[in-house]
Design a protein around this ligand. Structure first.
Ligand code: THU
Length: 138
């Protein structure tokens, strides 16, 4: 699947899966539920939601939940991620999530969606310009 263009249907499926994952979000403090659906080069998919905590910094975003699920199951070849927030505004990954995704796939695509399913398609490298990555340490 690596060099195959991801079609519109797959993108819509990812956004739908992200929205479904947002249903599991634990966000009693912000009230802002987020879902993510990550597609890897071999076609496998991992979803995630934000999980907040009474000790606020212990919370984790939806994108990092999905990324940790993929990596912990042996898959680091991120291709595309859809992110959906519970508002009419399209949800873009926070800075920490951009950095975590960049570690594995600087060239991956991000679908930033709103709660109606509309999305903008952006490159992670445009969200994190001149990002610091594994190659920076060489
Ligand atoms: N959040 C995410 O899960 N992903 C993002 O990209 C933006 C922010 C979560 C973190 C926190 O639980 C809530 O949204 C409000 O910031």
């Amino acid at each position: 699947m690596k060099n195959i263009i991801v079609d519109e249907t797959t993108k819509r499926e990812l956004v739908r899966a992200a929205k479904e994952a947002a249903g599991n979000a634990y966000a009693p403090y912000s009230g802002y539920k987020v879902g993510a659906a990550l597609l890897c080069d071999d076609g496998s998919r991992y979803t995630g939601c934000n999980v907040e905590n009474a000790a606020y910094p212990c919370g984790i975003c939806a994108e990092r939940t999905a990324a940790a699920k993929a990596v912990s199951e042996g898959n680091r070849d991120f291709r595309m991620i859809a992110v959906v927030g519970s508002s009419a505004e399209k949800c873009t990954p926070c800075g920490m999530c951009r950095q975590v995704l960049y570690e594995f796939a600087p060239d991956m695509t991000v679908l930033c969606a709103d709660n109606s399913g509309e999305y903008d398609e952006v490159k992670l490298s445009d969200l994190l310009i001149r990002g610091f990555g594994a190659s920076s340490l060489k």
